[in-house]
Structure formats: structure tokens, C-alpha cells
Design a protein around this ligand. Structure first.
Ligand code: AMP
Ligand code: FE
Ligand code: FE
Ligand code: ZN
Length: 283
């Protein structure tokens, strides 16, 4: 059996393993295929490719921060993009803009916390991100260091990053993002589309519209989906002619989920690999 995990984060965003450590950990966990999908960046691709152990196939990707403007207020969501050309100007510029905004937004969150007497600083948070895409887990790390939270999850409670000190980030319009990924030769998969534990989710009709706009698949098997939500997403995908994926969404020690906790069927992976024209799978 081929073990395929198509959603993993490294220190290029908010994971805790470097890209090199990530691919080695993937092989050690018995994966045959793994994707590196950092938030809004391809910054980990080169190191992951260079460190790829023999026998592990690497799918290069990213997880794009998106928003659907069909609800009020707009609903934020994540789009997994695979095997796109990282030099394609539009998508590269979109991701650069998102990363830049992540920094400003994190600085604002730190300012709000400091204004309430919390002893953390932007340079500290920036150091935790270490040149990668800055995310709230890096601020969580500072809150843990300051003794105000014990775990990342605790730092995401409503009294901290979840609500009281929540600042939205600028995201890509989801239809424009699907188009940009397609134009860069990649394929897009909607990440954890029914994860109500993360907040409001989009209605099924958006998935119908996105399928018409070129969306390739839906991530059904994910720790943030209940068994009923997994079944629902699977049924939707079948009706829309979309592929179904399952993935760990591994973040190292920022989350408890392990590599390979959820996996993707070989047939779905093969369709992604065959459809994309941006960069090849490595393996
Ligand atoms: P950001 O992209 O900066 O808005 O931060 C969102 C990221 O924080 C997600 O990609 C997850 O990695 C992480 N995250 C969100 N909620 C939680 C939580 N309750 N516990 C731990 N990590 C979380
Ligand atoms: Fe994350
Ligand atoms: Fe996500
Ligand atoms: Zn993710």
C-alpha cells in the first residue's frame, strides 16, 4: 500500500521541523509520497527537495490564505495548491503580498497585547518565524514563553489569539486564487472545507461554483472533520467530479497530529500528478 500525505507544514511557515527535517520525518514515518504545503510560500521547496530521502516522492505545494466574499462578513478559507510554477508572476506576487501582510498583522497583534501589558515583542515573534511566513502560532510561542499559555491551543483561546487579540489578515479572493493556481500550471484542493471547529464554513453551493471554476479536489479526511463531515465532503466530491484527499496537516509540535495520520488514495494522487504542468513531482 502506498502511504500518501498531501498537507504538511515546515518552518517555512508555522511548522516546527525544517523542510529537510520534514522530508526525513516523512520517510521515517513510512510515507511514500508527501507534500510540503506551507502557508503562502514556496520558501521550503529547495531545502526539502535537496534533503529528499531516496524512496520518498515529494509533491511541492503551498496552502493559500483565501476568502469568500459571498457571506457577510467574508469567510476565510484555505486552498491547497500543488505543483504550480513558483516563478509564475501573478501567483508569486500574490503570495509575496500575503506574507508581507502577515508581518504587519502580527506586528499589530503584538502591539495590542503589549498595550495590555503582555511582555512579548515583535522582534521575538519575528525570530520564532525565522524568515518564514509569520503566523499566529509564532505569537502563541511568545505567549507560552511569557508563561501566559501552556500550549498553542491554549494561546488560541478566545481570551488570546482566537478572539480578543484577533486581527484579520488580507487574503486572496478564492475564485481568483483558483484561477491563479491553474494559470501557474498547478491544481487546487479545498483544505478542510467543513471544519466547523475552525469557525464558519462555506456553503456547499460555493464548492459547486468552485468546481465549475476549476477546483480539482476536496480534502475530506482531516482531523478537524467529524466522521459525518468526512462522509459529506466525500459525497459532494463524487457528485462534482472532484478528487478526494486525506492529509495530516502536520505542524510539528505546534499540533498533536502525526505525519500520515490521514492519507490520500493513490488514484487521487495520480490524478493530481497527471493534471499539473507547473513543476514535476520529485521521486
Ligand atoms: P494564521 O495563519 O496566522 O491566521 O494562524 C492560523 C494557524 O494557526 C493555522 O494554520 C494553524 O496552524 C494554527 N492554529 C489555528 N487554530 C489553532 C488551535 N486551536 N490550536 C493550535 N493551532 C492552531
Ligand atoms: Fe498552520
Ligand atoms: Fe489549513
Ligand atoms: Zn495546513
Amino acid at each position: 500500500m502506498t502511504r500518501i500525505d498531501l498537507h504538511c507544514h515546515s518552518t517555512a511557515s508555522d511548522g516546527t521541523l525544517t523542510p529537510s527535517e520534514l522530508v526525513r520525518a516523512g520517510a521515517a514515518a513510512g510515507l511514500d509520497v508527501m507534500a510540503i504545503t506551507d502557508h503562502d510560500t514556496t520558501g521550503g521547496w529547495e531545502d526539502a527537495a535537496a534533503a529528499r530521502p531516496a524512496g520518498l516522492t515529494l509533491v511541492r505545494g503551498a496552502e493559500l490564505s483565501c476568502r469568500w466574499h459571498g457571506a457577510e462578513p467574508a469567510i476565510s478559507l484555505h486552498l491547497l495548491a500543488y505543483l504550480f510554477d513558483p516563478a509564475e508572476p501573478r501567483l508569486a506576487a500574490d503570495m509575496a503580498r500575503l506574507r508581507d501582510d502577515r508581518e504587519h498583522r502580527a506586528e499589530r497583534i503584538v502591539e495590542l497585547l503589549r498595550a495590555d501589558g503582555v511582555d512579548i515583542s515583535w522582534p521575538e515573534v519575528r525570530d520564532y518565524a525565522a524568515g518564514g511566513s509569520v503566523g499566529r502560532p509564532h505569537i502563541a510561542q511568545a505567549l507560552i514563553r511569557a508563561g501566559l499559555a501552556r500550549t498553542t491551543s491554549e494561546a488560541f483561546a478566545s481570551r488570546w489569539l482566537g478572539a480578543r487579540y484577533y486581527v484579520p489578515k488580507s487574503d486572496l479572493d478564492v475564485f481568483e486564487a483558483v484561477q491563479a493556481v491553474t494559470a501557474a500550471g498547478g491544481v487546487s484542493v479545498f483544505a478542510h472545507p467543513n471544519a466547523t471547529v475552525r469557525g464558519r464554513v462555506v456553503p456547499d453551493r460555493l464548492l459547486v461554483e468552485l468546481a465549475e471554476a476549476g477546483l480539482f479536489g476536496l480534502e475530506a479526511d482531516h482531523e478537524d472533520h467529524s466522521p459525518e463531515q468526512r462522509a459529506h465532503v466525500r459525497t459532494l466530491a463524487e457528485g462534482l467530479g472532484l478528487i478526494v484527499t486525506g492529509s495530516s496537516d502536520f505542524h510539528g509540535t505546534h499540533k498533536s497530529v502525526q505525519l500520515g495520520a490521514f492519507t490520500t488514495d493513490f488514484a487521487a494522487y495520480a490524478k493530481i500528478a497527471a493534471a499539473a504542468t507547473g513543476v514535476p513531482v520529485l521521486g
